[in-house]
Write a protein that binds this ligand. Structure first.
Ligand code: 4NP
Length: 161
């Protein structure tokens, strides 16, 4: 079982989008049972809230729906996950502050897997939810390819199946 936690600031736009999209990608490959996928916010500013409606509408336009309540990231979440995938440099700073700089080997910016140093576009400020979705899709697809290579033995995955 590989555990992945997507992290943004509020856990109502970018990271729940990544969680649901990555779960869909896993389901399409028959890999759902090999992963535990979650999402968290570095802040508690949206604690308990559902996915922000424009982000939920963007997901729905791509055929994705799911239940969600925002939750703040804790140190034990970091300890108990194999991969902490943050959306931007500010999230990275906040997570490293939470951990006292530890666990850096499992904390990555999502788009780094797509060979990009860029942040995922933040729709809270750009209001461009489709652009954020597209960045997240690119990052999740690249992360999935990475993990399938990295954990090929553990997953017993063969792309020809
Ligand atoms: P998220 O979006 O981090 O992608 O969930 C935001 C949600 C709330 C705020 C900023 C970004 N906020 O400033 O309250």
């Amino acid at each position: 079982m590989i555990s992945v936690c997507f992290v943004c600031l509020g856990n109502i736009c970018r990271s729940p989008t990544a969680e649901l999209l990555f779960e869909k990608m896993l389901a399409e490959r028959g890999l759902s049972l090999s992963f535990r996928v979650s999402s968290r916010g570095t802040s508690d500013c949206e604690e308990g809230n559902p996915i922000y409606p424009p982000a939920a509408r963007t997901l729905a336009a791509h055929g994705i729906a799911g239940e969600h309540r925002a939750k703040q990231l804790s140190l034990s979440d970091v300890i108990n996950c194999d991969y902490i995938l943050v959306m931007d440099s500010s999230n990275l700073f906040d997570v490293l502050r939470l951990t006292g700089g530890r666990f850096g080997e499992k904390i990555f910016k999502l788009l780094s897997f797509a060979s990009s140093a860029n942040d995922v576009s933040d729709p809270w400020y750009t209001r461009d939810f489709e652009r954020a979705y597209s960045d997240i899709e690119r990052g999740c697809a690249a992360f999935l390819e990475y993990i399938l290579k990295e954990k090929k033995e553990a997953l017993g995955y063969d792309a020809r199946h």
